[in-house]
Structures are given as C-alpha cells and as structure tokens.
Design a binder for this molecule. Structure first.
Ligand code: DGP
Ligand code: NA
Ligand code: NA
Length: 219
C-alpha cells in the first residue's frame, strides 16, 4: 500500500505465550487490522520450519529425531539469526512485522526442560544481539483456562509438566532486570477472540504509530 505519510521504519511486534493461548489467531487478526488501517504488514513465526534448520527443529518436535537439549536450543537460535537480514530489510521498507514467538519463547522453553546444565542464562547467550522488538505482547492464560481449551497436541513440549514449567519461567522472566523481562506487555487471553483482539489492538496501534514516527530505541 501507499503509506499515508513518510514513515521512519516499520514496527517489530512479537506475540508470546504458552501453547493454546491463541497466539496464531491473534497474530492474523492484528495483521489484518493493521493492513486495513493502511499499513504494509508481514507476519512471521518462529520456529520457521521451512528452512533446512527449521526442518531439523520440526523433526525434533515431532519426535522423528533425538537431539541433545543444547543442540536443539542452538538450532532454534540459529533459526532466528538466519532471519535477521530479512527482518531489518522489511522494517526499513516501512513494513510492520507481527511475529508469532521469538527469543522469549526460546529462553523459556529451553530452560523449562530443567536440565541442570541448561539455565535460562545459558539459553539467553546466543540470543544476545538479535533485533530487539518494539513491543512484546504476552498472552497470559491460566492453567485452568488452558485446560478448558481442549487437549494437547502431540508435539514434544505439549505435556502438562512442560507447560507448567514454561508458565513459571515466563512469570520469572518478568522479574529479571534484563531487557527481556521488561519488554513483556501482559494481556489477559482468557476472554473471547474479539475481546482479546481489542485489548491487543489498543496497545499495539499506539506503539506502531510511535515507531513509524521515529520514536524507538536503537538495539
Ligand atoms: P509452535 O510452532 O509455535 O507451536 O512452536 C513449536 C514449539 O517450539 C512450541 O512448543 C514452542 C517451542 N519453542 C519455540 N522456540 C523455542 C526455543 O528457542 N527453544 C525451545 N526449546 N523451544 C522453543
Ligand atoms: Na505448539
Ligand atoms: Na501457535
């Protein structure tokens, strides 16, 4: 689309949360609303299963292959790094990116395995230097509400034990002084698709406008 006015760059917005929080639905909804408001917008997701590295991750998640916890974490991280140029080029064109999961999931899921040799700090190291999002929406869903949304899928991490650890790690992330925790804007994902969508929209559109006008931190 033709932008209404010259913009400095597009905004990089990330959607995070547990499995079944409604991320995928809300990413689509938000992208459509931004498009209708006259913006160029692109959706992305991590893991991106289409690249060779992404295919290795996908096989692992489907239990078609086994890998050391550190190895798979580094693959997830490499899968984000291989998209850096694309992310930067897209934002520079003035296009907004809405991204389903990013390094917040990366740190939190890998550390949720409770491998004594894989701390959240270890998991964070290879993520340092990735483009920092302008906003991270964390869709928060209680364990009870998640359970009401039906059973787990059959991928690797979709067990109640793992999801419980993931939830604890996301909460702990809010409390660490590093950027990662402070980035999260918590939104209650317990309402209807429409209600949650409205809550997301009101926060995101404001941030997108700020970034388009040049109000952002260099990362
Ligand atoms: P999805 O396609 O959004 O369902 O994501 C697949 C799974 O991978 C999901 O359970 C979250 C998990 N995940 C995403 N990023 C990472 C990461 O960096 N490390 C690990 N261990 N898991 C991740
Ligand atoms: Na999943
Ligand atoms: Na999803």
């Amino acid at each position: 689309q033709e932008p209404k006015q010259p913009i400095v760059r597009g905004a990089f917005i990330v959607m995070e949360g547990l499995d079944r929080a409604g991320k995928t639905t809300q990413v689509e909804k938000l992208a459509n609303a931004l498009y209708e408001s006259g913006r160029n917008v692109e959706t992305m997701r991590f893991p991106d299963r289409t690249s060779p590295i992404g295919m290795m991750i996908s096989n692992y998640l489907q239990s078609k292959s086994e890998m050391d916890d550190h190895v798979v974490h580094l693959l997830f991280s490499a899968n984000r790094w291989e998209k850096v140029k694309h992310i930067n080029d897209t934002l520079a064109k003035g296009c907004t990116i809405i991204c389903d999961r990013y390094y917040y999931s990366g740190m939190v899921y890998s550390a949720a395995k409770r491998n004594p040799n894989l701390s959240i700090d270890w998991a964070r190291a290879p993520e340092v230097g990735l483009p920092r999002p302008d906003m991270v929406v964390f869709l928060s869903l209680s364990t009870e509400e998640a359970a009401k949304r039906g059973g787990f899928g059959d991928e690797k991490y979709e067990t109640s034990e793992m999801q419980k650890n993931v939830r604890e790690n996301f909460v702990a992330l809010k409390d660490i002084p590093a950027d990662e925790g402070q980035d999260l804007q918590v939104i209650d994902a317990g309402g209807s698709v429409e209600e949650v969508g409205k809550a997301i929209w009101s926060q995101v559109v404001q941030r997108v406008e700020e970034v388009e006008q040049g109000d952002f931190c260099e990362s």
